[in-house]
Every structure is written in structure tokens, then in C-alpha cells.
Design a protein around this ligand. Structure first.
Ligand code: BES
Ligand code: ZN
Length: 879
């Protein structure tokens, strides 16, 4: 295997650093092609090294060493070794010493967007995970924490704004149109949290007063002209700061908090201390340019990065095997924040959908790995749905096991015990054990074993004994490198619903057990006997999705229909609708025929929801959303034919539309929005229900609906309603589709974020001809391989959200994507590797497509000079 040449890193090999760094002084003289960096480090041997003398090894990549001093003495070329990845000084003092390193880097040539690079004319940095070594030589690992002082010097014309972490100390003018600024961050931090931004940026300012009365300056920096799109982000930031104080007693700890939005960024956003850097699509929003979904994303990503200040920055990770310690925990925190800001149920549904769409396939395929992996080749490939989304679910299960009050005490203890440290997952679990007074030995398996456990729950009512018995069993299929699995500790939340739709008072083996119970599943098999049960109950299993498992129950179709109407757990009402539709659609896909009767019954059950005034519109909209094509493909397990799945799903949509068309028309007449656009959850929910109704009506393709679509497009005062029309039309080949898409492009071609939406719409058309169309768009002036947001919008969307076209039976979709990966790999390996992940479920396809996608992957592996990043994903995918 080709990856044999690339060295894997193992958790078991972790060693504490030989040398620690107490202070870093960076002096950065900015110039596009040759930025000069002087780094002065105060270094101490870590503990008593004694006789086992060790050299000083610093990481460095793509930088040129200009000079090197130790304790003020210039070192000659015999005193050190420089190679492609490091700088080694063989002999250093065994007490505190200083090193001064002068290097040069080339931000203008940095298309990998790791280290110091330029986005438009702005200089900015991305150092996580291992980008700091592309700026200067340094022990670039998260367990070396230092206090940074940074002096930046640049042109007053090109870079009037000069930013780094911490608080501003000094700034001033220099000769020849140059100026400088000095920043000091008093909190010791690892190098991956370093950031520098310099450019001609507009700013929006505000203030936040902390619980203890501190006044914090808030600033959002954007390209000049975009200042009018920052209000929502600023509000979201203030809500995040307040929420972390109220929910977790966490206050902010510097005088200033800054966010910078740039248009070239490998990821969504980054939590650099006091200076978060964002992909601008997650900051900029105005009603006419951003959708409700964009607003919700902005709110949650701002929160996520802000929350890292405590879970990630103050308590950081000892090494990258601990990544879920900060990412899983912080995703959990941002999910809780969004649940509090919006609707808890709708948030939970969205989170579970994301987990299933992104993490379940990862866990079921060749790239499966534990939440805490044991080895990696390229760390950037391990910022995965497993580490993030499943990692968050593990924290949520701890909350369930401890209960809210104890969980909060445990979090307090975590912050108290580990503040200022580079901690481990083990530290976190031990805190949970100590504060919770429970033994989590078995729970740790969740962090170590890959794969999604399958839970089977069968209920049986015994009329004579008046008992209801639940037989529960768990199983986890083998995953790469892990053939036999130990049983998990699974918190299983359940309730039994009576025939009036009320939760029964539960009695387990004769003892009262409340009405909403968490069962501890620890064995392969369990049997729970509920006593004194007056009649056959409806079992509500895995309430609020209390564990990240695949559930199979013996619920009948009529049980599902009943619970869809009556379960007190709203998440499970949604889940029952999904299960019903999934059974219907997988049957239809296999048989080629949709069962009209069962479809009509399902439609009627959905129709009844419209009469329930206690339900939020956003929730009803979720109930109306059928499982996606990829969700269905996952259920079919193998021999997947994406076109057949598409046809049956469209068939059910048509059936529901025909049966409920009066209800949908009624929704459009009665669910009304008044006043100016607001992105709040209530209004957004109303819009999503209206647009869902419109989408159903549109599959009937009658002229009155076409008029409605056109009217909405013309009259809308917000992007949500415009995009809804275009998304609906994208699913059709009506002439109106091209007419409005063309109009949309000509209206918005000057706006890069809206152009991304146009590219996405084009990529989503569920027709075989879309492959050629997308290939053509790669030559359109709106597209550029050099702008990652464009690549993600067109090619990323095509490959991950358009199963019909991507899986074109000829293999043309696979070839288009692999050609793009090869080109992109030369520009930006991290993003190319991420795109390669779209092939992860190729083995589940029917044989024709399977062979063709395998060939496309093989072509990647066989190509010359593929990056380590992309090679790792491609090789593992083929294994
Ligand atoms: N620390 C990450 C950003 C990051 C990811 C840096 C990968 C280097 C490599 C940041 O906190 C993050 O998780 N960002 C997410 C968005 C978040 C809301 C889940 C992202 O960028 O996708
Ligand atoms: Zn994060």
C-alpha cells in the first residue's frame, strides 16, 4: 500500500515534550511574497532530563531559515540541522535559555490555506492543527503552552488593520507608509490557537457587560462594504456570551473579543484565542441575501467558536487523539445553546438528522474509526463527523446518566480541576465519575470502538398477567481493525403510552418507576418486566434519541401511526413518522411499486397534525419531510440503486400531495407572516411550513401552483422565500426553472455568497443531464477552482446531495468528481481529501455503479504525487 511510506502517528507513543516554552515574542514584518518572522522563545527543559540528554527539535515546513541565535550567540551551520520538517539544535543548555529564529515565508503562494496566507488582499492565518510550523519553527503540539506577545508591522495602505490574539498593547506609525501594532495574550496557549490578521477591513463594534461587571469590547471585521451584514452575528455573539454565563458560569477573560470574516477558508470557522476567524458565509447575513438556515448556522457556529474559549482554549487537548475532548464537548454545548434559543425538539431532530446523514455512513464504511482514534496518518483527516457529532452524543449520554444537576456539578469540577491544562478524554471521564459517583468503565467503550451499535427492542403484552415485557438486545458489526465488539453501556429512555395517549405510570418488577425511565443497557441481552399494565401499551423507545444507535422494534404500522399523533416525546413522534415512511419507501424501491393504501393512511396521519394547535409550525414541517434519498440508501444496506430510490420517494410525495392538497392550500392561506422579515425561530418555522406545503403542491405541476411559485419569487422580501421557490423548481424540468435561475444569477452575480447559492441550485437538479451541466459550469465565470466555497457549492453539493446525478450509471459523475479532486489536490490537499470522502459508501451501490466508483477511486490512488491527505482517504476507502 502506498501509504506505507507515510508515517502513522499512534496514541500509545505519546511522550511528554522534552522542552517547554514559557514566552514567545513574534515579530512579523508583512510582505506578500516574503514575510519576515523573528521568533524569540524562552525555553525550559521539561523536568529533570539528567543524563538522558535530548536535542531541541522544532517543527517547520515551507519556511526558510535566515538566522538562529541561542542565548544571544549566533549559531553556525554545524550547530544545527534543518530539513523539510524540522530544525534540530543538538546541544542546548539544561537550564532556561532563549532562542531567536529568523525565517521567511511566502503568504501569496500559500494556496493550502494553512499557516499565513492571503484571502483577497487580507493576510490571515489558520494554525489548527499543524499550521503554526508554516510560520516559524516551533514545538507545534498542543501540550506546549506559552504566553505570546506579537508585534506586527505592515503597510498603512494595504494593512491599516493589524490584529492578533489577546489585548492591544501599543501601536504607532513608522517611516515609508508603514505602521505597527503590539498584542499581548496573557493566557498561555498552544501554537494552534495563534492568529494574525492584517488588511483593509471594515469593522462593526459593540460591548458586552459580563456577569461580574467587566466591560468587553466586541468587534467584527469584514471586507469594507459588508458592515451592514454583521448585526445578526453580533447579536448571536452576545447571546452566546450570556448563555455560557447562565448555563455553565463561564465568563469571558480578555478585554476584547474579535471576529474576522474572510472569503478563503478551509473550514467553517476557527476559535483562535480572542480572535476567531470565520468563513464569511457564516458571518454575513442580510434578509435579502441569507436564508433562515444561514441565520441558524451563523448563530450556532458563532456560539461554537465562542464556547471553545473554555472548552478548547482554557482547557485544551494534550494531543490530537484528544480532539473530541474539545470538539465533541463544544458541539454538545452549541447544540444546547441552539435548543435554548430556538425549539428544543426541532433542534434535536436537526442534530439527529445530521448524525445519521454524516456519521452513520462513516461508521458503516471503510473510514470508520472510534471517537478517540488510536492512530492517524494526516490529522486534518480526523476532523470527522465521528469525532464531532458522535463525540457530542457521548457527552449527551453522560448528561442523561448523571442527570442535569449532577452533570452541571461535574462540568464545574472539570473547569476547576483542569483550567490552564492540556487535558485528556480520560481526565474528562474521571471528572464525570468523581462528580457523578458512578463507574464509567464500560461507558469508555463508546470512545474506543467504532461502528454504530444496533439495538433491538421487542415488546410483548401478557393480558392475563397484566405485564409488558421488553426484550432488549445489542449488537455491533465489525469495523476496520475491530472484529469483535464489547457490549456498550447504553442509556435507553423509554415510556409506555396508554390508549388515550397519556404516559402510563410505570412499575418495573412491582416497583414504581416514574413515567419516563432510563434503562441501563449493559449486556448483550436484557429483559425488563413492567407490571400492573392495564392494557397493551404503545412503547415509546429511545426517547429524544437517548443514544446514538440503530433501533429496530416490533412496533406495527398502526403503533407508529398512533405514536405519531400522541407520543408525549415529540422527537419520537417525528421518529415514528420517519420509520413508517422508511418502511413504505424501502418496500416500494424493492418492489418497484408504492403501496397506495398505506401511503394514503400515512398522508391522513400527517393531515391530522395540521389540526393540533399545540404543535409548532417548524415541527410540522419536519414531520412532513420524508427521509432523504441517502437515508433510504442506508436502510437498504446494499445493492443500492439511487435512481430507484428517487422514483419511489417522488411517488410518495405525489401521493401525499394529491391527498392533502386542500390542507396545503389552507396552510398557504392561513399561516401568515406579518411585518418585516425576522430570522427568529417562530417566523422561520412558519416559512418552513409554508414552503414545505408549496413544495408538495409543486409536484402536482398544476398551473395555479406555478403561479404561486412565480408570485413568491417576484414578491419575496427575503432570501428564504426566494430560495424555497428555486429549490422547488430545481427538482423539476419546467421552463420556469431556467427562467428564474437565469434571473437570479443576473440579479446577484456581483455577490459571491449568493452566487454560491446559484451554483448549489444548479448542482442539485436530480437528472442524469446534470453531470454535463455541472461540468460546463466549471468553465463559467462564476466558478473558480481556487475559491473553495465555489468548489464546495458546485462539486461538493453535486457529490454529496444529488445522488441521482452523482451516481450516473455511466460513471460520469464519479469521473467528474475525481478529476476535480486531482486538480484541487495540487492547490489545497486538505480540501481535496475532504471531497474524496464523498466516495465512502461506494461499496453499498449496485454492481455497475460500484465498479465504476471503485475505478474512480483507484485512479486517485494511482496518480502521481497525490498528497498524503488525499491518499490516506482514497486508500482507506478502497480497503
Ligand atoms: N477547531 C475547529 C476548526 C478546525 C477544524 C480547524 C479542522 C482545523 C481543522 C472549529 O472549532 C470547528 O469545529 N469548526 C467547524 C464548525 C463547527 C460549528 C462545528 C467547521 O469549521 O466546520
Ligand atoms: Zn470546534
Amino acid at each position: 500500500m502506498k501509504t506505507d511510506t507515510a508515517q502513522a502517528v499512534y496514541l500509545k507513543d505519546y511522550c511528554a515534550p522534552d522542552y517547554l516554552i514559557s514566552t514567545v515574542h513574534l515579530d512579523v514584518k508583512l510582505a506578500p511574497a516574503a514575510t519576515h518572522v523573528t521568533s524569540t522563545l524562552t525555553i525550559q527543559p521539561n523536568g529533570n532530563i539528567g543524563k538522558n540528554y535530548r536535542p531541541l527539535i522544532l517543527d517547520g515546513e515551507e519556511i526558510k531559515l535566515d538566522s538562529l541565535c541561542l542565548n544571544g550567540e549566533v549559531l553556525g551551520s554545524d550547530d544545527y540541522i534543518v530539513d523539510e520538517n524540522s530544525l534540530i539544535i543538538a546541544t542546548v543548555p539544561q537550564e532556561e535559555f532563549t532562542v531567536e529564529i529568523k525565517t521567511t515565508c511566502n503568504p501569496a503562494a500559500n494556496t493550502a490555506l494553512s499557516g499565513l496566507y492571503r484571502s483577497s488582499k487580507t493576510y490571515c492565518t489558520q494554525c489548527e492543527a499543524e499550521g503554526f510550523r508554516r510560520i516559524t519553527y516551533f514545538p507545534d503540539r498542543p501540550d506546549v503552552l506559552a504566553v505570546f506577545t506579537v508585534r506586527i508591522e505592515g503597510s498603512t495602505v494595504e494593512t491599516p488593520v493589524l490584529l492578533s490574539n489577546g489585548n492591544p498593547v501599543e501601536s504607532g506609525k513608522l517611516n515609508a507608509n508603514r505602521h505597527f501594532a503590539i498584542w499581548h495574550d496573557p493566557h498561555p496557549k498552544p501554537s494552534y490557537l495563534f492568529a494574525l490578521v492584517a488588511g483593509n477591513l471594515g469593522v462593526v463594534s459593540d460591548h458586552f457587560t459580563t456577569q461580574s461587571g467587566g466591560d468587553i469590547e466586541l468587534k467584527i471585521f469584514v471586507e469594507p462594504g459588508n458592515e451592514d451584514r454583521c448585526d445578526y452575528a453580533m447579536g448571536a455573539l452576545k447571546r452566546s456570551m450570556k448563555w455560557d454565563e447562565e448555563r455553565f458560569a463561564r465568563e469571558y477573560d480578555l478585554d476584547i473579543f474579535m471576529i474576522v470574516a474572510v472569503s478563503d477558508f478551509n473550514m467553517g470557522a476557527m476559535e483562535n484565542k480572542g480572535l476567531n476567524i470565520f468563513n464569511d458565509k457564516f458571518i454575513l447575513a442580510r434578509p435579502d441575501t441569507a436564508t433562515d438556515a444561514d441565520y441558524a448556522n451563523i448563530e450556532s457556529i458563532i456560539a461554537h467558536e465562542y464556547f471553545h474559549n473554555w472548552t478548547g482554549n482554557r482547557i485544551t487537548c494534550r494531543d490530537w487523539f484528544q480532539l473530541c475532548l474539545k470538539e465533541g464537548l463544544t458541539v454538545f454545548r452549541d447544540q444546547e445553546f441552539s435548543a435554548d434559543m430556538r425549539s428544543r425538539t426541532v433542534e434535536r431532530i436537526a442534530d439527529v438528522k445530521r448524525l445519521r446523514a454524516q456519521q452513520f455512513p462513516e461508521d458503516a464504511g471503510p473510514l470508520a474509526h472510534p471517537v478517540q482514534p488510536e492512530s492517524y496518518i494526516e490529522i486534518n483527516n480526523f476532523y470527522t463527523a465521528t469525532v464531532y457529532e458522535k463525540g457530542a452524543e457521548l457527552v449527551r449520554m453522560l448528561l442523561t446518566l448523571l442527570g442535569p444537576d449532577t452533570f452541571r456539578k461535574a462540568m464545574d469540577l472539570y473547569f476547576l480541576r483542569h483550567d490552564g491544562e492540556a487535558a485528556t478524554v480520560e481526565d474528562f471521564i474521571r471528572v464525570m465519575e468523581d462528580a457523578g459517583g458512578i463507574d464509567l468503565t464500560q461507558f469508555r467503550i463508546w470512545y474506543q470502538q467504532a461502528g454504530t451499535p444496533e439495538l433491538t427492542v421487542n415488546g410483548r403484552y401478557d393480558r392475563h398477567r397484566r405485564t409488558y415485557t421488553l426484550a432488549v438486545s445489542q449488537h455491533c458489526a465489525p469495523s476496520p481493525g475491530q472484529l469483535r465488539k464489547h457490549p456498550y453501556h447504553i442509556p435507553l429512555r423509554i415510556g409506555l403510552v396508554d390508549k388515550c395517549g397519556e404516559d402510563m405510570k410505570l412499575e418495573l418488577d412491582g416497583k414504581p418507576a416514574g413515567d419516563d425511565l432510563v434503562l441501563n443497557i449493559r449486556e448483550h441481552e436484557h429483559r425488563f418486566c413492567f407490571t400492573n399494565v392495564a392494557h397493551r401499551p404503545y412503547a415509546s423507545i429511545l426517547r429524544s434519541f437517548s443514544a446514538p444507535v440503530k433501533l429496530t422494534t416490533n412496533a406495527t404500522r398502526s403503533d407508529l401511526l398512533f405514536l405519531m399523533q400522541h407520543d408525549s416525546d415529540l422527537f419520537n413522534r417525528w421518529e415514528c413518522a420517519q420509520t413508517y415512511a422508511t418502511r413504505l419507501l424501502t418496500d416500494a424501491t424493492v418492489s418497484g411499486e408504492l403501496n397506495e393504501v398505506k401511503s394514503a393512511v400515512f398522508g391522513q396521519a400527517l393531515g391530522k397534525l395540521f389540526d393540533d394547535e399545540t404543535l409548532e409550525p417548524a415541527f410540522i414541517a419536519q414531520m412532513l419531510t420524508l427521509p432523504g434519498e441517502s437515508d433510504l440508501a442506508r436502510e437498504m444496506i446494499n445493492n443500492v440503486d439511487p435512481s430507484a430510490i428517487y422514483r419511489s420517494r417522488l411517488g410518495l410525495r405525489k401521493n401525499i400531495a394529491a391527498n392533502l392538497k386542500e390542507n396545503f392550500r389552507h396552510i398557504l392561506k392561513t399561516v401568515r407572516l406579518s411585518g418585516a422579515y425576522s430570522p427568529d425561530a417562530i417566523d422561520a418555522g412558519k416559512r418552513s411550513l409554508r414552503n414545505s406545503a408549496l413544495g408538495f403542491l409543486a409536484v402536482l405541476e398544476d398551473t395555479s401552483t406555478l403561479d404561486l411559485l412565480k408570485q413568491q419569487y417576484m414578491n419575496a422580501d427575503n432570501m428564504t422565500d426566494v430560495m424555497a421557490v428555486l429549490s422547488i423548481l430545481t427538482q423539476t424540468d419546467l421552463p420556469l426553472r431556467d427562467e428564474l435561475l437565469d434571473d437570479f444569477y443576473s440579479r446577484w452575480k456581483h455577490d459571491h455568497l449568493v452566487v454560491d447559492k446559484w451554483l448549489m441550485l444548479n448542482a442539485l437538479a436530480p437528472f442524469e443531464a446534470t453531470v454535463g451541466h455541472v461540468a460546463g459550469l466549471m468553465n463559467h465565470p462564476a466558478f473558480s477552482l481556487k475559491n473553495l466555497n465555489k468548489v464546495r457549492a458546485l462539486i461538493g453539493t453535486f457529490a454529496s446531495a444529488n445522488p441521482v446525478a452523482f451516481n450516473h450509471p455511466s460513471g460520469a459523475g464519479y469521473d467528474l468528481v475525481s478529476d476535480t479532486i486531482l486538480k484541487l489536490d495540487k492547490i489545497n490537499p486538505q480540501v481535496a481529501a475532504r471531497l474524496t470522502g464523498v466516495f465512502k459508501s461506494w461499496r453499498a451501490l449496485e454492481s455497475g455503479r460500484r465498479d465504476k466508483s471503485q475505478l474512480a477511486l483507484q485512479r486517485l490512488v494511482d496518480s502521481e504525487n497525490l498528497s498524503r491527505d488525499t491518499l490516506e482517504i482514497a486508500v482507506k476507502s478502497l480497503d
